[in-house]
Design a protein around this ligand. Sequence first.
Ligand code: TTP
Length: 189
Amino acid sequence: MLHLASKSPRRHQLLQQLGVAFDVLDVDVPEQRAAGETPQAYVSRVARDKAAAGALLVKPGGVVLGADTEVVLGDDVFGKPRDAVDAAAMLRRLSGRTHAVISTVWALGEGRQECAVCVSQVRFAALDENDIAVYVATDEPFGKAGAYAIQGRGAVLIEHLEGSYSGVMGLPLFETARLLRGFGINPPA
Ligand SMILES: Cc1cn([C@H]2C[C@H](O)[C@@H](COP(=O)(O)OP(=O)(O)OP(=O)(O)O)O2)c(=O)[nH]c1=O
């Protein structure tokens, strides 16, 4: 049995796209970057913690997926904004620049643990204060790493994407499908 340890409706929707049967586990793990932790190491640790928290809830023999997505600019990691001021500050930093979106997925099964990493580059258009205020007022930035959603109105902010659309949205499907095959779960082609 496959389990997705995630509260993110985007991840549920993306995993459904693969056509595999799964259920959803409600897990809550702290997302706090440790001093000196690289962005890649942080994303991987949080994704693994989610999968490990889920693994405590399931019967032996199951496979648990956990994922984490963060927006990274230089050494700064932008998670989900705390409030509207934080969201506007993130969008101001992303304006007119290229940032990375790192999505890591861990799969934990009996006697087997594997992870996949997906890094995409996203170039934002130059935004003025009005663009930022209008977008924040849509409420879309909340609950999204970096305060935007590629799958929503945020699409109009993105000049260029190099990488994986599903990875930016929260669950890189090519990498996840490959990971699952290693656990004997074969998404139908
Ligand atoms: C960049 C970007 C992120 N996001 C979302 C995906 C994730 O839900 C969220 C990043 O936060 P995460 O901490 O990765 O995930 P989450 O807290 O929403 O869900 P869970 O930990 O329970 O699995 O940002 C989008 O929906 N679109 C985007 O374009």
